[in-house]
Design a protein around this ligand. Structure first.
Ligand SMILES: Cc1cc2nc3c(=O)[nH]c(=O)nc-3n(C[C@H](O)[C@H](O)[C@H](O)COP(=O)(O)OP(=O)(O)OC[C@H]3O[C@@H](n4cnc5c(N)ncnc54)[C@H](O)[C@@H]3O)c2cc1C
Length: 384
């Protein structure tokens, strides 16, 4: 899975640890942030978030889209709260979540004040509609045939706000472009949430490494030097690199105003590399597999039919596993790299945060360029 409940929990924890930002709009907003954080923590709420608008007209800011309220904004103020109208882009796991956090991470500009919001809302608020993409589990035949698609689809969704009432206590930022733009990066929220993503990705890499090794072992191909070179160079080197990034981010925190955040330099290095290298990793596993996935029986049912069972048990075996164990493993690997679930996972790793240039710019801002320049200046100063 990608967007487990701990991701937005990191956002809320970081907001509560940096309430001074929300206080700048009035201390009642800082109070709202801390109160909701405590509620989510105590009630163990699953909060999903939508912070990127739909791709309607990328050349125009929120207030100059082809129609008003294509992006979520304030349609009216009422006694006790505000009325939100519009739609928000991908909100993964909204169908599983208890609450949503809605705001913008894409920069807003002067004139966007009616859209400059941060708020939380229960998913079942009147007027809130959830449009999920097609769930992958529906197309599966069994857990054995699709072990991941059938159990771990976190279902991305688009959210429509048809005049949803949001009480003031659920509003964190109100009509304030500067605060919406500052909330993720001035607070530790972006680094903490993406540190969760980095840890998650590192665990996923270890799982991929295990799949690759077992894929070779089942055909007794793991002793071949070229197979070991592929496992080492394409897979193990990346696993070790990401493990090191997690440890470096954790052991060298950046401490500001008494709050420690995982060091952004290592978090953003991971984000910049992972969205490119995941493609190489998946290709490496496909290289090791050859046509293995396409030779599998269409369903687990083949092992119970008297007509087919004997053939499958005889011909689907591996060097080190009986037919059922081999087919089980290969179906797991295919669900990881090749099914619609696998394809969505790849898209997730590439875009769960942002496009490559955006991620790279964050890395640019986090790196210690002054130190790098000083090394060169010292070298230049040593000779005429
Ligand atoms: C599976 C999945 C799950 C996600 N889950 C969530 C979620 O739960 N909550 C959430 O808030 N977000 C989520 N996201 C992320 C988010 O919705 C966006 O997909 C992400 O921020 C990238 O923005 P975009 O899709 O608008 O792509 P874009 O930013 O439009 O990028 C698409 C392409 O256009 C290029 N491009 C963009 N702008 C320009 C420009 N000005 N000039 C030239 N080229 C440009 C980019 O380089 C890229 O190649 C998810 C994304 C995916 C794929």
């Amino acid at each position: 899975m990608g967007r487990t409940p701990d991701h937005v929990a990191c956002v809320l924890s970081a907001f509560a640890g940096w309430r001074q930002l929300f206080d700048r709009g009035g201390t009642r907003f800082g109070d709202n942030v801390v109160r909701f954080y405590e509620r989510a923590r105590d009630a163990d709420l699953y909060v999903a978030y939508g912070i990127v608008p739909l791709q309607i007209d990328r050349s125009q800011p929120a207030h100059r889209q082809p129609q008003p309220f294509l992006y979520p904004g304030v349609a009216a103020e009422r006694d006790g709260g505000i009325v939100v109208r519009g739609a928000q882009g991908i909100t993964t796991a909204a169908v599983l979540a208890d609450w949503l956090f809605i705001s913008y991470i894409t920069p807003l500009v002067p004139g966007d004040e009616d859209y400059a919001l941060s708020f939380v809302t229960p998913v079942n608020a009147p007027g809130l509609r959830v449009y999920p993409r097609r769930p992958y589990a529906q197309g599966t035949t069994s857990v054995f045939d699709y072990p991941l698609s059938s159990r771990f689809d976190e279902v991305d969704a688009t959210i429509v706000f048809d005049d949803v009432f949001v009480p003031w206590e659920q509003v964190f930022v109100y009509k304030n472009v500067d605060l919406v733009n500052a909330q993720f990066h001035e607070s530790p929220s972006h680094t903490l949430a993406n540190f969760q993503s980095l840890v998650r990705f590192t665990v996923k890499l270890e799982f991929m490494a295990g799949l690759a090794l077992k894929l070779l072992e089942v055909h007794a191909a793991d002793g071949k030097p070229e197979a070991q070179a592929s496992l080492g160079g394409d897979i193990a080197a990346l696993c070790a690199t990401f493990d090191a990034l997690v440890q470096a981010a954790e052991r060298n925190p950046l401490i500001r105003e008494g709050v420690a955040r995982p060091h952004p330099q290592y978090v953003y290095a991971g984000m910049s590399l992972q969205r490119r290298l995941i493609v190489d990793m998946l290709r490496a596993i496909r290289e090791l597999a050859g046509g293995a996935f396409q030779q599998l029986p269409s369903s687990e049912a083949g092992f119970s039919s008297p007509e087919t069972r004997a053939d499958l048990e005889k011909f689907m075996r591996g060097a080190t596993a009986d037919a059922r164990a081999r087919v089980k493993l290969l179906k797991l690997v295919w669900d990881f790299v090749g099914t619609e679930f696998g394809g969505r996972q790849l898209q997730y790793e590439m875009f769960y945060s942002a496009a490559q240039p955006v991620v790279n710019t964050r890395m640019f801002r986090s790196y210690d360029w002054q130190h790098a320049k000083a090394v060169v200046d010292r070298c230049l100063g040593e000779y005429e």
